[in-house]
Design a protein around this ligand. Sequence first.
Ligand code: CAA
Length: 284
Amino acid sequence: MDIHNVAVIGAGTMGHGIAQVSALAGSAVKLFDASPDAVARGLQKIRDSLQKGVEKGKTRAEDAEAALARITGVSQLGEAAEGVDLLVEAIPERIELKQQLFLSLQSLAPAGAIFASNTSSLSIGGIASPLADPGRVIGMHFFNPVPIMALLELVVSDQTRPEVLDAARAFGARIGKETITVRDMPGFATSRLGVCLGMEAIRMVEQGVASAEDIDKAMVLGYRHPVGPLRLTDMVGLDVRVNIGEHLARALNNPAFEPPALMRQMVAEGKLGQKSGQGFYRWG
Ligand code: CAA
């Protein structure tokens, strides 16, 4: 199962990054979004990031140019799915949306194409369950910013076929990522640990244990985390993390994941983190 032709569904923060690393590694990539504006914004972000990579000496100018030439923006799902070996969805974190998307794609994509989900916490088996061939589905969980972060978390359901995992591992190596393989349990390895730490840090702010800056400094300097849990929550988005936390609290039956009242209040006030300009920190 060699992967040459890739389609990325959703041109947002994660989708454009996944398209970028796939194209840099030599794949022909279709970047789909239902909104042509979102496709145009995604392509512009890829141009900017490739340019930054060139300026930082990480990417050769000719490689950046060749990667850009390999990416086609599309706003018709049928066009995205035609002739692909791998489809990666990076659409909002709602299982019914992802199921519906894969159901539509199953009649549009070649029978042998792998369907990957970039979900950070939803069940891969659940996303795959309505499909005629759930064994073609795997989790490919990327991290933001995709061109810089070294990890690709592969999530296998009970039904994921071994050759699908092998192909995903080979693809991960080709795009320069280290892969880990994780069973389809709520939160996988990364979100389960990362979200738990983030929620506890917010409870500590609530209880007045220390300032957000000092709680982050505790982890950055004391534990060598590159970014503290509160700054990271800002970067991911408080609204996004509330949804993940609610889901994990339910799925793992563990109140440690329950979003604290302070977090819900901040979301209600529009303090969503980096994207809104205000979270635990002021941005921009
Ligand atoms: N292309 C290629 N390389 C680039 C680049 C680009 N566009 N931009 C930067 N780089 C390289 C730099 O050259 C540098 O390389 P060296 O380490 O070899 O010098 C490296 O990337 C870091 O770049 P900077 O020093 O310019 O960047 P920074 O100091 O601002 O740090 C960061 C960037 C490492 C991403 C840092 O902000 C960080 O650690 N952020 C947290 C990231 C994180 O935890 N992400 C996970 C979020 S959770 C998630 O995504 C999953 C989920 O499910 C929600």
